[in-house]
Ligand binder design. Structure first.
Ligand SMILES: [Zn+2]
Length: 264
């Protein structure tokens, strides 16, 4: 059995202050990377307990340089973001999950809610409905009939996941969102136990989850924070259609790679 674990940093246990993600070179950033390895390794353990013989892991936040070298559980195989772009086309994966994810833009009391760029993007929509990054990964996997079985992060991301995939989704709530800038983490050992158990549970119950699909073609829209930002994106991606002063649209006829669920 092959499992794919995507990781992000905003929803990692112990990442409870926005500066840990946004202020580079600060000591809190190192703590975030330590906790990223701990949560990720707990997930690898859970996958192996559930019977996985191949566990792929992606360092998915920002430019993908967050993992501390040599600290990933050696039973897992790290793949690059570039390899992730078409992994489902190349290999039969049995289930996917996401560790350390955050809620979509507009979610109240959600720690660091955003989609792709909190500086530039206001909203991401598919077929007229607002989504975030959980849906993007699940939509890509769903195109290859791979179910999304588990996630970890704050209480808001667990609610969002259950709304998308069903109330039986395996979730590890490792903190409570207080505001965009602050969260309250639970005990770290407890966080790792929750992740390990939820990963094992979600994978064992993978047959319960329908692959996440939306009607094709996908109408993908991004609304930017301001019109000038939208205009900068138009210069970079002239193929996109402008819908209003701050919104660009793309019609995606099918989902073959991860890029097919994105705006460009
Ligand atoms: Zn991130």
């Amino acid at each position: 059995m092959k499992i794919l674990i995507m990781t992000d940093i905003e929803g990692i246990s112990g990442v409870d202050d926005w500066e840990q993600v946004h202020r580079h070179g600060w000591e809190g950033e190192e703590k975030a990377r330590e906790r990223l390895m701990a949560d990720t390794n707990a997930a690898v353990e859970g996958a192996i307990r559930a019977g996985a013989d191949t566990v792929y892991v992606v360092d998915g936040h920002g430019s993908g340089k967050n993992f501390i070298p040599g600290r990933l559980d050696p039973r897992a195989t790290q793949i690059s973001v570039a390899e992730y772009l078409d992994i489902f086309a190349r290999e039969k994966i049995d289930a996917c999950l996401e560790i350390g994810i955050h809620a979509k833009p507009g979610t109240t009391h959600a720690f660091l809610e955003h989609v792709q760029s909190s500086k530039n993007w206001f909203a991401y929509r598919v077929n007229g409905v607002d989504y975030g990054e959980i849906a993007q990964g699940a939509l890509y996997a769903g195109a290859y009939d791979v179910p999304f079985v588990m996630l970890s992060g704050d209480d808001a991301v667990c609610r969002e996941g259950r709304e998308l995939f069903g109330s039986n989704l395996a979730c590890a709530e490792v903190k409570r969102g207080i505001s965009w800038k602050k969260a309250e983490s639970i005990d770290f050992e407890e966080a790792e136990t929750r992740i390990r158990d939820a990963v094992e549970d979600g994978i064992r119950r993978r047959a319960e989850f329908k692959p996440f699909k939306l009607p094709l073609p996908l109408t993908i829209e991004v609304t930017f924070l301001r019109a000038d930002i939208c205009e900068e994106y138009m210069e970079m991606y002239p193929q996109l259609e402008r819908i209003d002063s701050r919104t660009l649209r793309r019609i995606s006829p099918e989902v073959k790679t991860y890029k097919d669920v994105l705006l460009y």
